[in-house]
Write a new protein. Structure first.
Length: 273
């Protein structure tokens, strides 16, 4: 059983609650939508799922319906009691805390885990990047985010949305937009479009290989390149990359940052001391 619009509105009113604008809360109130998200997550019996931003538990219950073992994280202390009351009977473990500050290794232990989340705009990008960087137990993510954020996460080289975040995601994983979510299924109704992005870690580890270039050095170069994305690389990376490195890395110095895939960035960064 999941929660309908009438049930969510009724629960909020009965408990003197309202969605927090500061936390970017927009609750999904359509059973078909949350079941579609659970289906796209591809989870079922034997899988372990961690949900970030559980809210009142509509998506949580849909995930539990699949037979997966679900851990729900919610930062809003005002919702925790009601959330626990609603989802604990379905076998869900509820954790109160800020996903950007959690001890993820202590919480999850060994992998693999699947992460599903309805993420507000202000935390979506840094949280996804931090999880990819530091929580290898999470094998894949299905995140609902603002459309522009989703397009950046999944962007390919040469597209207008491609940037440093896109390179970060592609270093660790593959990503694609797998669905749209209309504003009409939320309470309150947001003023932005939302999409679902599926992110799956590379099974063999990051690319390029860490033996070629370490991640901090790679992303230092990437950030520098995209800081001046209108410039050619020879200008954008002046003082960062030696001019002789371009030929050695087989990267045209006249290219712009958005033209380089993660492998090209890795080759270029490998010549940076």
């Amino acid at each position: 059983m999941t929660l309908s619009r009438a049930q969510v509105v009724g629960l909020l009113e009965a408990n003197g609650l309202r969605p927090s604008r500061a936390l970017g809360q927009n609750f999904v109130v359509d059973p078909n939508t949350v079941r579609r998200i659970a289906r796209l997550a591809g989870v079922g019996p034997g899988d372990r799922v961690v949900e970030v931003g559980a809210g009142l538990g509509s998506l949580t219950l849909a995930l539990a319906e699949t037979g997966a073992e679900v851990t729900a994280i919610e930062v809003d202390r005002h919702l925790l009691g009601l959330l626990t009351e609603l989802v604990a009977p379905a076998g869900v473990r509820v954790i109160g805390g800020d996903a950007t500050e959690l001890d993820w290794a202590g919480l999850l232990g060994d992998g693999p885990w699947h992460l599903v989340a309805n993420l507000p705009y202000n935390v979506a990008t840094p949280l996804v990047c931090d999880l990819l960087d530091g929580v290898p137990a999470i094998a894949d993510l299905l995140v609902m985010v603002q459309r522009e954020v989703g397009e950046r996460l999944a962007a390919s080289p040469g597209s207008g949305a491609y940037g440093a975040v896109s390179v970060k995601v592609r270093y660790w994983a593959t990503a694609s937009v797998v669905g749209k979510v209309p504003a009409t299924v939320f309470v309150p109704r947001p003023n932005v479009e939302s999409v679902l992005v599926r992110i799956v870690r590379h099974p063999g580890g990051p690319a390029p290989s860490p033996s070629v270039v370490d991640a901090p050095r790679l992303f230092e170069v990437v950030r520098a390149g995209f800081a001046h994305r209108r410039k050619m690389l020879r200008g954008a990376l002046a003082g960062v990359v030696d001019p002789a490195a371009y030929a050695a890395a087989e990267v045209p110095e006249t290219a712009r940052a958005e033209e380089l895939d993660v492998d090209a960035w890795g080759r270029l960064a490998s010549f940076v001391p």
